[in-house]
Design a protein around this ligand. Structure first.
Ligand SMILES: Cc1cc2nc3c(=O)[nH]c(=O)nc-3n(C[C@H](O)[C@H](O)[C@H](O)COP(=O)(O)OP(=O)(O)OC[C@H]3O[C@@H](n4cnc5c(N)ncnc54)[C@H](O)[C@@H]3O)c2cc1C
Length: 642
């Protein structure tokens, strides 16, 4: 055992990845003494170690714009052509800039423990092959991607989706020579699922990914150059901060008085099993059809500040947001800004002798305007929500919940139902609130066909059952039309209607759904596994309404499903490589069985409690806890949670 050494700095940045380098540079430029500790042996994180060397959406502001030009110059000296930025050039230039600004870089240093004084983090202990080092700091920035430092400090966090705890798909991108252009590119293929907070699961995922890599047709011949040294993890812990950003905030372009940057992307969820996603996500993608629509909003300083822990800021993709938002607010340009904001805030805390939660935000905003992260006008601008009807631009109309209630706007929205612009129209009718219900009901009786179905969908979102029969008809007739958009991510209208019937807990589709569970009609838009999951979730939603004489039939259909060979094996990762989602279907079916009074469901879940895949164990645990909570009266629930 090495003896522990101790050093003191003003700002300690843990993690030298996408956000971490920006954080360290900003803090140093603002006058703080900075130490940057990184477990790997180079800076740049996902962009350089995983090899995702392309920026996608995000806000390109602040210091990174200048840095990117400098990186391009270095790349020119290295030679060769690379899509996006040259990862080696990025490492070289970032290291030079860190050195110029006096930042101490510690490579091969793994953060293993935090030093706490009450609820305040005052330092971090690192282990390396050569030493155990304690770094004391006035402010610590958690730039580990997964929020490791916050977790070590016992800060509350969430992870994965609410239903099954599953995190966003992971990848192990290979770099290869693209035939036509003789350019080094990377393949952003999705392998499957991983629990990124479990070292064993990350190891399993790496082994699985490497085996699959060799089936990628793009890598044939002698095209492969290298494979990323670090697993491509898209989601990990999300630390609970003073404000939790939601996808609706992004969709409505919400403004916050404590804005410190803006984020920009789309609901870039790679999951093919929409039925397992949140209620909001199913509406956004499945009903509105807005998977590809660009969205973004103000990011409040409060999302950087953990609820309880102090002396620490969240400064990476573990920022305080919900799962849906984490599919959008994660791109490298946004993470550069997150780092720059946190580094600037940390230096200001040092200068003013305050804790991060007590920082005067207006002073931070002024610094960020000087640095080019924020624009002066962004402090006073109006929200400009993103979804519009085609002939409008966002600037033209700035719709708000109040303005869409105007009769002339409502007329336009209703006219758009049943057309290609139905998605945004349904969204705004929903957002305009229950005052719209009388007009919708009146239109329901006067309209027909797709427009009537659109009216029924808007009514269902507002919690009104008047159009339920129309939705049931669309499900029975298996309406296959869909809003325009990326085919793999926008389900046909009968699924949108089923999502809304589930929302209404409308059980009159029961018989049809039992039939659908056995007789599927898969299309590229809706593979069999996806249909099965939608139907199972519908049956879960209406399980309490199943009449006694139908119960046996439902159970039989579920058992029959579970016995099906090849169940869930049509699940495909992004590059059409095969994988199986059987584990998820089996556990969802098991949950339904328990609700139907079949203890066999518990047996299935118990079987997964010892599964080799941490994400499958997590799901089994989550569903079991939920079932036990359902069985226990409200006031006795605390015990079950322990
Ligand atoms: C497969 C994949 C494809 C993507 N595609 C794109 C794309 O095309 N374009 C785009 O803009 N974005 C893309 N993204 C998103 C983006 O790259 C990431 O969300 C972003 O880079 C995350 O930045 P970060 O700073 O939070 O984490 P990272 O960049 O991962 O940095 C975290 C750093 O902390 C270090 N670290 C972790 N734990 C410790 C510890 N305990 N002690 C010390 N050091 C530690 C890590 O080694 C790493 O260097 C993609 C992401 C993935 C995974």
């Amino acid at each position: 055992m090495h003896s522990m050494k101790e050093v003191n700095v003003e700002v300690l940045v843990v993690g030298g990845g996408t956000a971490g380098v920006s954080a360290a540079l900003a803090a140093a430029e603002e006058g703080a003494t900075v130490c940057l500790a990184e477990i790997g042996s180079g800076v740049g994180g996902v962009g350089t170690h995983t090899g995702v060397h392309v920026y996608y959406l995000g806000t390109h502001t602040g210091m990174q714009r200048k840095l990117d030009k400098e990186i391009q110059e270095v790349a020119g000296n290295l030679g060769g052509k690379v899509k996006g930025f040259h990862p080696e050039a990025k490492k070289i230039r970032l290291e030079e800039r860190l050195a110029q600004n006096g930042v101490t870089i510690l490579y091969d240093h793994l953060a293993v423990q935090v030093i706490l004084e009450g609820k305040r983090v005052t330092g971090v202990v690192f282990e390396s092959p050569y030493e155990v080092l304690s770094v004391r700091a006035k402010v610590v920035l958690d730039c580990t991607g997964n929020g490791d430092i916050c977790a070590l400090a016992d800060a509350p966090f969430e992870s994965g989706r609410e239903w099954d705890g599953v995190m966003h798909a992971y990848s192990l991108p290979p770099r290869y020579l693209k035939e036509e252009a003789e350019i080094a590119d990377f393949l952003n293929f999705d392998v499957g699922w991983v629990d990124s907070s479990s070292a064993r699961d990350v190891s399993r995922a790496l082994l699985e990914a490497r085996k699959l890599l060799w089936d990628l047709p793009e890598l044939g011949g002698d095209r492969l150059i290298a494979v990323g040294s670090q697993l491509g993890v898209r989601e990990g812990r999300r630390i609970v901060g003073q404000y939790v950003l939601t996808l609706e905030d992004l969709a409505l372009d919400r403004r916050f008085a404590d804005v410190v940057m803006r984020c920009y992307s789309h609901y870039d969820n790679h999951a093919m099993d929409l039925a397992n996603e949140s209620r909001f996500a199913q509406i956004w993608e499945g009903v509105i059809g807005a998977w590809k629509d660009r969205i973004g909003c103000d990011v409040p300083y409060r999302s950087f500040v953990p609820v309880e822990t102090d002396g620490l800021l969240i400064a990476c993709r573990a920022l305080s947001m919900d799962h849906d938002t984490s599919t959008a607010f994660r791109m490298q340009p946004d993470m550069h800004c997150v780092g720059e904001v946190a580094g600037t805030a940390a230096a200001l805390c040092v200068q003013t002798g305050c804790l991060p939660r007590d920082l005067e935000v207006s002073a931070l905003q002024r610094r960020l305007i000087n640095r080019g992260v924020l624009k002066e006008g962004e402090l006073v601008r109006q929200s400009a929500p993103w979804l519009t009807l085609d002939d409008d631009t966002r600037e033209q109309r700035n719709w708000t919940v109040e303005t869409v209630r105007r009769p002339e706007v409502q007329r336009r929205l209703i006219e758009a139902l049943g057309t290609e612009q139905e998605g945004p129209a349904i969204w705004w009718l929903w957002k305009s609130g229950e005052k719209t219900i009388p007009l919708l009901k009146e239109t329901l009786t006067k309209s027909e066909g797709k427009q009537q179905r659109g009216v029924a969908m808007a009514l269902a979102l507002l919690g009104d059952r008047a159009g339920a029969a129309c939705l049931v008809r669309a499900v029975e007739e298996e309406a296959l039309d869909a809003p325009p958009g990326f085919e793999r991510f926008i389900p046909p209208r009968w699924i949108a209607c089923l999502i809304l019937l589930k929302e209404l807990q409308e059980a009159s589709c029961l018989e049809v759904m039992l039939d659908r569970l056995q007789r599927r009609n898969p299309t590229a838009r809706l593979p069999a596994f996806s249909q099965i999951l939608h139907v199972l979730h519908y049956l879960i939603a209406v399980s309490e309404q199943i009449p006694p004489d139908t119960l046996a039939k439902v159970k039989q259909a579920v058992y029959q499903l579970l016995a099906e060979p090849g169940l869930g094996e049509d699940w495909q990762v992004n590059m059409e490589l095969d994988n199986s989602i059987r584990w998820n279907i089996e556990m969802t079916a098991a949950y339904l069985l328990v609700l139907l009074g079949e203890d066999n469901g518990y047996v299935i879940l118990d079987g997964y409690m010892t599964d080799g895949r941490a994400y499958a164990r997590n799901m089994a645990h989550r569903l079991k806890v939920r079932l036990l909570q359902k069985a226990v009266p409200q006031d006795e629930r605390m015990e079950v949670q322990h």
